[in-house]
Each structure stands twice: as C-alpha cells, then as structure tokens.
Design a protein around this ligand. Structure first.
Ligand code: KG4
Ligand code: ZN
Length: 382
C-alpha cells in the first residue's frame, strides 16, 4: 500500500493544501493566494491575513482531498507548517490540523517552512545531499547547506529585510500599481518587467556589505539609496510623490542589478567556503535556488555566471513551486515519513514558532574565514 500525506501551509499569505503519495505524485491540490488583497493594502496586515486563512482553510483542504479522490481515513499522516512565519497565520493552520488529526486519528508531522522550501527540488529530480541552497523571497533571504532532511548548516542570512520585501517597498514608493503594465503583479515582478526596458547604468547604487567578507545579506540600505534617488528625481522633475516618474525603467534596472550582484557575491563566497571546508561533493555539486525572487530571470542569469565559474549545477524549481504552496509541505511530510523522522502520534505538546532558525548557525565561522572573492564579471548580455 502506497502511503499518502496531506500537507497544509498557512505561514504567510497563501492558504495551501495538497495530497501526495510517498513517491511524490501529487494526487490533489488547492491554493488560495491573498497576494492581490495585500497588494491593495500595501503590505501584509497580519490580522487580515489571519482572517483570510480562517475563511479559506476548510475549503482549500476539502478541495485538495476531493481532487485526490481519497477519504481522510486513507491518509498516513498530516504535515503542516508550524514554523517560522506569522504567528496569527501559523495558528490557523495548526489549530485546523490538530482538530483534523484528532478527529481522524492520524499522526501529525510538524514542518519547518524553510526546510520545505529547501527540499522541494528533490520532488522533481534526485538531488542528493549535501547541496547548497539559496532561498530568496519576500520574507526570506538565506544561504544554507542541506546535509539531510533535518540537517542544515546556516551559512548566511539577511540582517534586515529580504530582497522581495525591498523590491515591494520600492515598487510602492514608485506607485507602480498605477503603471498600466504593473497594476496586478508583485513589486518584484514589476521591477523585473520594467527593468527589461531600462538602462541600469543611468543610476548607480552601492552594493551592500562590500567590506564584509561573510555570506549575510542586507537590503534595507539599498532600498534607502533607491528611495533617496526617487526623491531627488521627483524634485528635479517637479512632481509630487506618487506620480509615475519618467525614469522608472532605469531605476528598476539599476536596483535589480544591485540586488542580483549582492545575492551573487554572497552565493559565490558560500560556494568557496563550502569547497574550502570540503562540504560539497566533488561529483555534481549543486546550488538550488528557491523562493519568489528566484523566478527573476536576471537574478538567475547572474547566479549562472557564478555557478559556471565554480563548476556547480544551478537548479531552480518552477515558479509555481518556488512560492508558498501546500505541495512543498506535503513533500516534506513524505520525506519525513520515508525516514521515520518527526512523526507524532501525541500532539498535546505541539506549538507554532514564529521565529525558527534553519539548522545549525555557522555564520560566525563563515565570517571568520573572511574569504576574498576572485574577480568575476557579473555582466548580463542582452
Ligand atoms: O515566495 P513568495 O511568494 O512569498 C514569500 O515571500 O514567502 O515570494 C514573494 C516575493 C515578493 O516580495 C515578490 O515581490 C517577489 O517574491 N518576487 C519577485 C519576482 N516574483 C516575485 N522578485 C523579483 N523578481 C520577480 N520576478
Ligand atoms: Zn516561503
């Protein structure tokens, strides 16, 4: 009998559920995205996100179950994101799941959202441990070495905000929602779209943390630089904040380039650190890139220059699986079920954790190694 797992995700702004068999075949899935609502309010308001999860979770889980044509009694386990994420949102998914497993007498598998992002790629192809992971989205920015399904080394993370968040804030400052091409897409997508017709050399933004030889990220300073440039341009053009500037394409191109450059430099250093420490396999060493920002083609191309220069394979799951969804949670449940790790039959002690680091934090060791990068031209031709 093939075992089946129901996966449930509510940690941020997507209510997702999926039923998967233990070979990784998706039998049914459903996803309710809150992104359009949050786009209108100019960012995620946790109480609104919580309310939307509450309104949708029952239907989303039911849809995933119906599409898979299985009944709850056929499930081997329920896997749900319990960390990290927005407290109010995690609470909805956890409460729902705990009453579901109680009612149907099923084991429960608590899932770490970042571990799930990191392992999603293994659902699609047999990527063996250890491999390097870069997670970049609206809420995450980190580099880690995946050594096993519950064994990670954290090499670097953001000291302030995530790249998607910085691009979303700049897009809002530029009022891109008023741009005919950008009214329904995320800030990051808008920046990528506008950058295609922009000249990045028209503006220069200082890449963050150039004098820090570690793998941490910072995007708040860059976001401020861009905002100061916008303010200056508004004054020059004599327009009020909120008016679409004539140079939005160039600003988008310059910001996108600096974000890509910063991410690429930190990733390059992480690769060299892992190689120096013998942490990567000599056969087919791999960099997996995931998260909403990973769908940015300019950033991918910049990363490809780094992986080509260092001899790594670059793997990005399709966009649909890079962003939050129930499938990646079900897959993490399957991986745990197969290895018999973290499967609970007693759930009274389960709590959600809004903050939860990914694996063992070795960022200080990476910083102490102070690896200087060899020259590498990060120039995208087209
Ligand atoms: O993974 P995701 O759906 O949600 C979380 O943040 O967890 O990622 C959404 C983020 C948003 O900040 C959005 O602006 C950014 O990813 N994003 C992009 C692109 N598509 C989405 N950033 C840059 N380029 C893109 N094409
Ligand atoms: Zn996520």
């Amino acid at each position: 009998m093939v075992r089946l797992v129901l996966g449930i995700e509510t940690s941020c702004d997507e209510t997702g559920a999926a039923v998967m068999d233990e070979t990784g075949v998706i039998l049914g899935e459903s996803l309710h995205s809150q992104k359009e609502v949050h786009l209108k309010t100019g960012g995620i308001i946790p109480t609104i996100a919580q309310q939307l999860h509450r309104e949708n979770i029952g239907r989303v889980v039911q849809e995933a179950m119906e599409r898979s044509s299985i009944s709850p009694s056929q499930l081997s386990a329920v896997a749900t994101t319990v960390k990290p994420g927005l407290a109010l949102c995690l609470g909805i998914g956890l409460d729902f799941s705990l009453s579901f497993v109680k009612k149907h007498q099923k084991p429960f598998i608590p899932i770490h959202h970042m571990e799930a992002h990191a392992l999603t790629v293994r659902m699609l192809q047999p990527v063996v441990f250890p491999f390097l992971v870069l997670l970049v989205s609206g809420g995450h920015s980190l580099l880690a070495l995946a050594r096993g399904i519950d064994d990670f080394l954290l090499l670097g993370q953001t000291l302030d905000e995530a790249p998607g968040d910085a691009m979303d804030k700049v897009a809002r400052r530029l009022s891109l929602i008023k741009h005919p091409k950008c009214s329904t897409i995320s800030g990051g997508q808008a920046i990528e779209l506008l950058a295609q017709d922009g000249d990045r050399l028209k503006f220069h933004f200082r890449p963050p943390m150039g004098a820090h030889y570690d793998c941490n990220f910072s995007f708040a300073g860059l976001r401020n630089q861009v905002k100061m440039t916008i303010q200056k341009k508004e004054a020059e053009e004599g327009v009020e904040p909120g008016t679409l500037l004539s140079c939005v394409n160039d600003i988008a191109a310059a910001m996108q380039h600096t974000v890509a450059f910063h991410i690429a430099k930190r990733t390059h250093r992480a690769i060299l650190f892992c190689k120096a420490q013998g942490l990567l396999p000599s056969f087919n060493p791999t960099l997996v890139v995931s998260g909403g920002v990973a769908s940015n083609q300019y950033i991918r191309k910049t990363l490809k220059i780094v992986t080509d220069a260092t001899g790594l394979d670059l793997l990005c799951p399709p966009s649909k699986l890079c962003t939050d969804n129930g499938v990646m949670i079900a897959w993490n449940g399957v991986e745990r079920l197969r290895e018999g790790k973290g499967i609970l039959s007693y759930t009274d002690v389960v709590h959600y954790e809004p903050k939860a680091p990914l694996g063992v934090d070795i960022t200080a060791e990476v910083e102490a190694a102070a690896i200087k990068l060899p020259p590498l031209k990060l120039k995208i031709m087209d």
